[in-house]
Design a protein around this ligand. Structure first.
Ligand SMILES: [Zn+2]
Length: 387
């Protein structure tokens, strides 16, 4: 298995440091300017970095082709490799480090992978109701909900310019509309089974293309899961991983619970944070299993505290081993759990990160902001993503 990374993520983890020479995957975007750097190991000559493109062929297999070889500069005791991605869509690349026709054997400590792009920091939203949705407490219809959504995004994503929001009903989709009948509740399967309603991404029935598509379903068919997005899904042009999913209800052990409009909007803000590359402030067991790296206990930001007690609190069941990392397109699904599922056992005041949107468990009173560093990374990542 190869570990993967995406740009401007301060929480890369030990596995990247340990495996950098022999192969690490990275998600890159068209015209992105990237730097990879790590501490110089003076016991060895400087390595060269080899970049490879990983692609799918028509038979469903995958192949690999060399992109280029890059020599480092030394800046402040670090090797710094700089390159530009000349793909025309979001792509998966791999890198290796070589020295004298062999893998580089020096230490690669404190790896940083940074990127910046040419795209704007403007973003529009599409709200896409799917199937039958019951009336939502706190709003009068979807236009009202969309207004609440855009207000919340403007208030929280202060490093973006949120232009506008449109409501597009899935039933009006020109080719898929019949599949999403307005008379039937839509229960989204766990995206790990392959269904994430991505086919509804970048569908310009009304409004603008290349907006963020927030898909509202009756519920996600997984216990206590309120919403879903891919970690650094980073796709505003349709196809795989191009949607953020939220439910009007959540599946509970006793049936289901309806969410208020305010709660739905909060879930959308949280999941969108993942979409643009933010991890949970404190990792859950499921996160650790997805990352395949037990060193990533928190998000790596200096200005976001984390909650050491949370991992050991028993609030998170260990996963059932269903998490997987696909070789060709590493995709960590990141779900948001319902705090009410844990009843009185859960005490938000014990967690110094509960005020941040990327706290992993929803709560009524908390989750009100992004940190300064998170906002900076959000903006940097938005400018990398074609839109
Ligand atoms: Zn989450």
């Amino acid at each position: 298995m190869l570990f993967s990374m995406f740009p401007n993520d301060p929480g890369l983890g030990d596995s990247i440091d340990a495996n950098l020479s022999t192969g690490v995957l990275m998600i890159v975007h068209p015209d992105g300017l990237y730097t990879l750097s790590f501490e110089v190991d003076s016991a060895y000559e400087a390595p060269k970095m080899q970049l490879f493109r990983i692609y799918s062929n028509q038979n469903g297999g995958s192949g690999i082709s060399k992109v280029e070889t890059v020599k480092p500069q030394v800046v402040g005791g670090r090797y710094v490799f700089t390159f530009v991605c000349e793909e025309n869509e979001k792509s998966l690349w791999a890198l290796t480090l070589v020295e004298n026709n062999d893998y580089y054997r020096g230490k690669t400590r404190n790896v940083k992978f940074e990127g910046s792009g040419k795209y704007s920091n403007h973003l529009s939203l599409n709200l896409i109701p799917v199937g039958l949705i019951d009336p939502i407490e706190g709003v009068d219809g979807f236009d009202d909900l969309s207004r609440l959504l855009v207000q919340a995004f403007r208030k929280s994503y202060t490093s973006f310019v949120i232009d506008t929001v449109y409501v597009n009903y899935a039933e009006n989709h020109p080719t898929l509309g019949r599949k999403y009948s307005p008379d039937r509740y839509w229960r989204a399967e766990s995206p790990s089974k392959g269904t994430s309603l991505s086919e509804l991404g970048n569908w310009p029935a009304k409004g603008v293309t290349e907006a963020l598509d927030i898909v509202l379903v009756h519920r996600i068919d997984e216990l206590n899961v309120l919403g879903f997005a891919g970690l650094f899904a980073a796709n505003l042009v349709g196809g795989d991983e191009s949607t953020v999913i939220v439910g009007s209800h959540v599946l509970t052990t006793t049936g289901e619970r309806a969410l208020s409009a305010e709660e739905i909007v909060k879930v959308a803000v949280h999941e969108t944070g993942h979409f643009f590359g933010l991890r949970h402030t404190t990792s859950t067991w499921e996160d650790l299993e997805n990352y395949h790296d037990l060193s990533v206990l928190e998000d790596g930001f200096e200005d976001t505290p984390y909650c050491p007690d949370l991992l050991t609190s028993g609030l998170y069941k260990k996963g059932e081993g269903k998490a997987s990392v696909d070789y060709r397109m590493p995709y960590y699904g990141v779900k948001m759990m319902d705090s009410r599922a844990y009843g009185v056992a859960f005490n938000e005041s014990d967690c110094p990160d509960a005020h941040l949107f990327m706290f992993p468990v929803s709560s009524e009173k908390t989750m009100t902001e992004f940190s300064k560093q998170q906002l900076k990374v959000l903006k940097q990542n938005l400018t990398l993503i074609p839109h």
